[in-house]
Ligand binder design. Structure first.
Ligand SMILES: Cc1cc2nc3c(=O)[nH]c(=O)nc-3n(C[C@H](O)[C@H](O)[C@H](O)COP(=O)(O)O)c2cc1C
Length: 204
């Protein structure tokens, strides 16, 4: 993935929202253009996992998601879409993007993408990336994994999708939770061919 065209970036409702936030922050800091879609359920997990202090309007999911995103970055390279905005740019193959990352990726979204069930902007955008044969990287988070999850991952892997679970390699001299997160984010960026020095690489 490169800086010429935007990267579609989806955050779904699996544990590990912090992986999504840290990857997003890295991309914006490095001047990548990002088209962000946050699922409704991801917003609730983010609020709980990150102990966020923000305005919450139980009748207005869009304002909730925007107040969540505004906590992190206000870059002009960032466009935000809602998951039910099926008419938004990433829904069409005629819209030029360099690829898509789903981090974290819930088993529900993984199943929908592997089945081609494109009824939300996230699943439609992923469907488009696959049909256009562009770079899709998913970061599935669940444990243990059932045969259903594994079959869905195998199906996507066989289509050339990068499957990058956030699993730490302890050769990276892990000392802290930040090190674990940076290791996972570094591997996600590696899978997207995005240069980074977020973790200690193996070298003798
Ligand atoms: C606290 C909490 C944690 C969850 N963690 C995960 C998880 O790690 N992985 C997963 O696949 N689903 C997880 N789920 C279930 C998903 O949130 C659920 O399947 C949801 O429908 C996914 O929505 P989305 O894919 O549209 O974001 C969790 C749900 C809750 C309430």
């Amino acid at each position: 993935m490169d800086k010429e065209k935007p990267i579609v970036f989806a955050i779904t409702a699996a544990s590990g929202i912090i992986y999504g936030i840290k990857t997003l922050e890295f991309l914006l800091k490095e001047d990548y253009k990002v088209e962000l879609i946050v699922s409704r359920n991801a917003y609730y997990i983010a609020k709980q996992e990150l102990n966020l202090e923000m305005e919450h309007d139980s009748n207005n999911i869009k304002s909730n998601i925007l107040s969540f995103i505004n906590l992190f970055d206000k870059s002009e390279n960032l466009k935000v879409f809602l998951n039910d905005e099926l008419w938004a740019d990433p829904a069409s193959g005629s819209h030029q993007v360099s690829g898509m990352i789903i981090v974290p990726c819930s088993m529900a979204t993984l199943a929908a993408v592997s089945a081609g069930f494109a009824e939300s902007l996230i699943t439609r955008a992923a469907d488009v990336i696959i049909k256009e044969r562009k770079n899709l990287v998913v970061v599935p988070r669940e444990t243990p994994l059932s045969s259903i999850h594994l079959e869905n991952m195998l199906k996507l892997s066989n289509l050339g999708v990068g499957i990058v679970p956030p699993i730490v390699g302890f050769y990276g001299k892990i000392q802290s939770i930040d090190d674990c997160i940076n290791f996972a984010v570094g591997k996600i960026l590696d899978a997207c061919n995005i240069p980074n020095k977020l973790y200690k690489r193996w070298h003798i």
